[in-house]
Design a protein around this ligand. Structure first.
Ligand code: PHE
Ligand code: ZN
Ligand code: ZN
Ligand code: ZN
Length: 301
């Protein structure tokens, strides 16, 4: 069963800030060290042209968030395979699909990995404070030394993998489906190979898969940032987006309805989990983790 995501992390007390392209905000995050990266995140999001609606601006009464990071005892520490999922939810609801699903899948895979002596080191991350602007993953990446950063062969991200009206989406790491200018960013070299591994896996199971923009809208964002350049990829079963007739023909479900009608709402409970989706995605995640745990050469092909 998917583990429940942690509940409310931030207790933001003041009104909304609305911004558009080019705006910058000066916010006071002095109270808690980890949130200093949020200011940069806001600027980055505005300058990338995404619509911005952020609850700000003081963080009185805020709790501290933590990343939970665990790695295999075995494996080459100079060639690290990372897989992550955010553990927090929005405050509106319990966040079971977003993202108890990804967290639960990784916890199960980590448990099963105890039977394996991987050739490469495998590191699992359960991120804190994704919903407040990728705070946990940004903090982690910002605090890697150049030497530690170079040892990370790739990063795999799993955010929402059991949506009720799901599509098997693979992040478009090579920009083949969503070229630059459509909200997708070009991934670091190797990201296309990760995408291909997932498509090939689904095909081997007789399952269709599609692509979703490599938008940086989850914890892989800091890993693919300029100057970090860690090949990344991942899976997603859909959020507030609406399923097309074509997708319904291929994947079943209901056209004209959101992939997850309870996205960021109180109804994102255990009843919001599509068990078939969770099963299929978890197997695909396990396949990717175990493949890279033994061989990352396809990233450099
Ligand atoms: N990162 C988003 C969240 O946690 C999920 C998402 C990713 C939604 C990409 C849409 C597109 O809410
Ligand atoms: Zn979310
Ligand atoms: Zn999420
Ligand atoms: Zn692609």
């Amino acid at each position: 069963q998917a583990g429940a995501a942690a509940a409310v992390i931030y207790n933001n007390t003041t009104g909304d800030l609305n911004g558009t392209l080019g705006d910058t905000f000066t916010l006071d995050f002095a109270a808690v060290g980890v949130t200093q990266t949020l200011g940069q995140q806001l600027v980055a999001r505005v300058s990338s042209g995404l619509t911005l609606r952020i609850k700000a601006s003081t963080f009185r009464g805020m709790a501290t968030a933590e990343n939970i990071i665990a790695e295999s005892v075995w494996g080459d520490p100079t060639n690290v395979v990372m897989a992550g999922a955010h553990l927090d939810s929005v405050s509106a609801g319990p966040g079971i699909n977003d993202n108890g699903s990804g967290s639960g899948a990784l916890l199960e895979i980590a448990t099963q990995m105890r039977k394996v002596k991987p050739k490469n080191k495998v590191r699992f991350a359960l991120w804190g404070a994704e919903e407040s602007g990728l705070i946990g993953s940004e903090y982690y990446v910002d605090n890697l030394s150049a030497a530690e950063r170079k040892k990370i062969a790739l990063y795999l991200n799993f955010d929402m993998v059991a949506s009720p009206n799901y599509v098997r989406f693979v992040y478009d790491g090579d920009n083949s489906a969503f070229p630059v200018g459509t909200g997708s960013a070009p991934g670091p070299a190797g990201s296309g190979a990760i995408e291909q591994l997932f498509h090939d896996y689904f095909a081997s199971q007789g399952l269709a898969s599609r692509e979703t923009p490599f938008s940086g809208r989850s914890d892989y964002g800091p890993f693919i940032a300029a100057g970090v350049d860690i090949p990344s990829g991942g899976l997603f079963t859909g959020a507030e987006g609406v399923k097309t007739a074509d997708e319904a023909a291929v994947f079943g479900g209901t056209a004209g309805r959101p992939y997850d009608p309870c996205y960021h709402q109180a109804c994102d409970t255990i009843n919001n989990i599509n068990k078939q989706a969770l099963e299929e995605m978890s197997d695909a995640i396990a396949h990717a983790v175990i493949t890279y745990a033994f061989d990352t050469s396809s990233l450099h092909a």
